[in-house]
Design a protein. Structure first.
Length: 381
């Protein structure tokens, strides 16, 4: 899954005057490049500017204009080819900024190049068909042009995380939080990177700190991330205590009920998990995941009861019969929940549900039902 990122408004691009400040340069190559930029002859303009820079490598105006031409060429190039412009663009704008740190035109060009690289990186990252790693050079370029770019560091972290580079992602998110400690998404994704690195305690610490400064609109989402991170980091007892408080405070929140049920299912508290999934599925009767997990929880509780019944003494026949009846009721309830999950599931997840149904029907000796479920598991319905 990819993350939705807001694109920067192209204000910097719109504010930039093609060719820079008014006035003539003493260098005919620079003047020729300005004319070619206006007619969008970018290759010709680049040739002029390279000639000017061969004659004077410290020609700030030529460096600035070359940065502009490279940025415009990158913008017009196919997305797959844009990364090739970054090394030269980065080197050119960095040299111009070093030679003329107070020059307003250079500062505007630097902002323009930064915005283009950041926006291109975001567009690439949001494109499901493009590997996340392909956006990394754009974020690195944006950071090189503007090291204080919060968006650049955050975007780089997401790209690294989606590329399974957890350590690099963690570094990028840490840098983001150094610049903006209240950036909730950076805290959330840093905790995910830490979890992937088996640093569960650090993941929890990050979110505990974030909870002290979170904005009201992000509070509930951060709380859910915190609870899930507690569970994922092996701190199940703390997570359960936190979830119990959440359920008491927000009994009609289906997400809290669902997440709590998932935690309870993971620690083999099947009966308690059933209670939470039943509540979640009643509140959201189109939630295929809630019905699926309800079916799984009922099935596992049935298995637990069957094992317990099998250990009874022969003198406890009445208890045994009662427990087997309870087991059978749970199995039928499991089939009902799983059938609902199958009907609600999309094409990608339906075969998984159907495979579970196949297993249950086969164990019950219901061959016709198993055959029908197998057809669903194979891609039919």
């Amino acid at each position: 899954m990819r993350f939705r990122l807001p694109l920067l408004p192209a204000l910097l691009a719109l504010a930039l005057v093609v060719g820079g400040a008014d006035g003539c340069s003493s260098d005919p190559n620079v003047e020729g490049a300005k004319l070619k930029i206006r007619t969008e002859d970018f290759d010709g303009a680049l040739a002029n500017l390279n000639t000017a820079l061969e004659e004077d490598p410290d020609n700030v105006e030529a460096l600035r204009l070359k940065s502009q031409v490279l940025t415009l060429q990158m913008e017009k190039a196919p997305v797959a080819e844009r990364a090739a412009f970054i090394p030269e663009l980065q080197a050119t704008i960095t040299r111009a900024a070093r030679l003329a740190p107070e020059d307003a035109d250079v500062a505007a060009m630097r902002g323009f190049a930064w915005a283009q690289m950041l926006n291109t990186g975001n567009q690439s990252l949001q494109n499901e068909r493009t590997p996340a790693a392909e956006s990394i050079p754009f974020f690195e370029g944006a950071i090189a042009v503007n090291p204080d770019s919060v968006g650049g560091h955050f975007g780089l972290g997401l790209a690294q995380l989606l590329s399974s580079n957890s350590a690099a992602a963690a570094t990028a998110f840490e840098n983001t939080l150094e610049m903006d400690p209240g950036y909730t998404n950076a805290s959330i994704y840093l905790s995910k990177a830490y979890l992937q690195m088996d640093r569960g305690a650090d993941a929890v610490t990050v979110l505990e700190k974030a909870r002290t400064m979170v904005a009201d609109e992000d509070r509930d989402r951060l709380q859910q991330e915190y609870l899930n991170t507690l569970a994922s980091s092996g701190q199940s007892d703390r997570a359960i205590a936190e979830f119990e408080t959440q359920v008491d405070n927000f009994p009609n929140d289906p997400l809290i009920r669902y997440n709590y049920g998932t935690l309870l299912l993971g620690v083999d508290r099947f009966a308690d998990a059933i209670e939470q999934f039943e509540a979640a599925s009643m509140m959201e009767d189109d939630n295929a995941d809630a019905f699926y997990n309800l079916g799984v929880a009922r099935l596992r509780e049935a298995g637990r009861i069957e094992t317990e019944a099998g250990a009874l003494d022969l003198s406890e026949q009445d208890t045994y019969d009662s427990m087997i009846a309870q087991r059978d009721e749970l199995i039928e309830g499991s089939l009902s929940a799983l059938t609902t999950a199958r009907d609600l599931a999309d094409g990608a997840t339906r075969p998984t549900v159907c495979r579970t149904l196949v297993t249950i029907y086969n164990s019950l000796g219901r061959a016709d039902d198993a055959t029908s479920a197998q057809a669903c598991a194979d891609g039919g319905m």
